[in-house]
Design a protein around this ligand. Structure first.
Ligand code: FES
Length: 146
């Protein structure tokens, strides 16, 4: 059911933890399944490069695996590049997810956006393409087709 990469990132998640004095923190949940994800970003104020990214996920295995992969993908990227890391990109990097688990990958994308939003607010920045994130992504689910 799960790819080898999903199993690897679920069993050995990368970048678990917190960043003290993080540049941006984002927390999102899915009221339907009750899962919650928090992302911490350490961003260089001059270059806007994401130096570090950590996460905490209270959720299913697919949510853990997608958070782990998402943190790996955004590290070392600029804010603009990180905006291009969609849930589809995270799923591709994991060699896919079963259709019923697609919504779990949305938590990762939305949590990164929430952390970037927090950073932008603190620094009075406008990040192109970034909209105010939802704290509950279950509304997205209605739009997904399984
Ligand atoms: Fe809720 Fe996976 S079942 S995030």
């Amino acid at each position: 059911m799960y790819s080898a990469k999903v199993m690897d990132h679920f069993q050995n998640p990368r970048n678990v933890g917190e960043i003290e004095d993080a540049s941006g923190v984002g927390t999102v949940g899915n009221a339907k399944c009750g899962d919650i994800m928090r992302i911490y970003l350490d961003i260089d104020d001059k270059t806007h490069v994401i130096r570090d990214c950590k996460f905490k996920t209270f959720g299913c295995g697919a949510a853990v695996a997608t958070s782990s992969m998402a943190t790996e993908l955004v590290k070392g990227k600029t804010i603009e590049e990180a905006m291009g890391i969609t849930n589809k990109a995270v799923m591709e990097a994991l060699d896919g997810l079963p259709p019923v688990k697609v919504h779990c990958s949305l938590l990762a994308e939305e949590a990164i956006h929430a952390a970037l939003w927090d950073y932008a607010e603190k620094h009075h920045l406008v990040i192109p393409g970034l909209e105010k994130p939802k704290s509950d992504i279950s509304e997205h689910d209605e739009e997904e087709e399984y």
